[in-house]
Design a protein. Sequence first.
Length: 380
Amino acid sequence: MELFKNSKLMVTISDDNTLIVSKKEKGKGSGCCGSTEVSQSSTNLSEVIAMIPYKGGNSVAIALTDGSMNLTMNKTAVTQLIDKWNAIPKSFTTELLFEKKKLQCYVTSHGHLLLVSKTKSICSSQKIEALGLSMADIVLVEGLKKWIGKETLFMCTEKHAIEVKSVESDVIERLRTEAINNGAKLSKVKVYRRAFRFTLKPKRCTEYLYTTDKGVAYYYKDGGDDSVFHFAPWDGINSCIASKGCCKKKLIVIAKDIIITQNKFGATSVNEIVELVNQKVSDNAGKGKMFGKGSNRVCVTDTHVICIGKGKLEAHSKPYTDGQLIRKSWFSSYVNISGFEVKVGRNQWKGFCCSKGSFYNAVTAEPSRELITKAEEHRL
């Protein structure tokens, strides 16, 4: 049964109630030479938790058991789709957990979380997002305390990282309890907070690292409303490296979406995290090969080039081709890696005549594997 079709979108429902969505998107290239790529997704309507029409019934927000989908069609197609879904018997009920001005959060009787958010700007009409999550997949539920006001809810699955402002502490505890009762393994979560920093100009800054049963989560907020948060699953992490320091250290988690701490954490905490992470991912890539003499070093793994200096950490994805030879001495070569100067053996960057050295070959080599991408971020 074909519900809708235009030049970019085709939506059909098969006899076994499978929703098939085909989209045409512009690929690489531009103008008349640009290629067109077709993506297709299949979802059984029994895996849908909610369908909510918006934009006068021309669009629909769909919450899946693990994710979300938005379709813009026409009123007839949206109505037919919702009627088809409503005709399927439901074996679950929903209960409102909390409600805000533009957000509702529900728990379902079959162990899922439903988040419905509404956004509207001056130049556009209202848009609705409906996100479904399995509570068994939740790996972190934390309430980030504030000096004044309610807490900020921060939670993660392997695929989604979610932040909700101004949530009551008892609601967060209820959510944590519901997640545990539905199979979430939250007992292995360990929380690390940035070290105290004495300064004459205090700056509001929140920074946390979490080690969980399924990976490493990171949250950072400095002042205003914007924040940074990531979740890296264990099999998406290459390695973990710390800067030098006796009492405080910075930390870098090498994944596709690299985590670099903005502030220093206690040395004991950092050493504990590095040991745990590298033990967990030892089969992924090992510790890499270290190059350099003196205070500046470069660790080259199978996916990244990691610059390690005095309190400085930065990483570049391989193949890295912007390195430049600054100068050579009798015994050493000095190489610039995006402003980071490292001293290596004389022939490790540029060998004899036109040959290349081991350091050059290591940083410019193609990555030997693809790391798992970062979790999709939601700020609500």
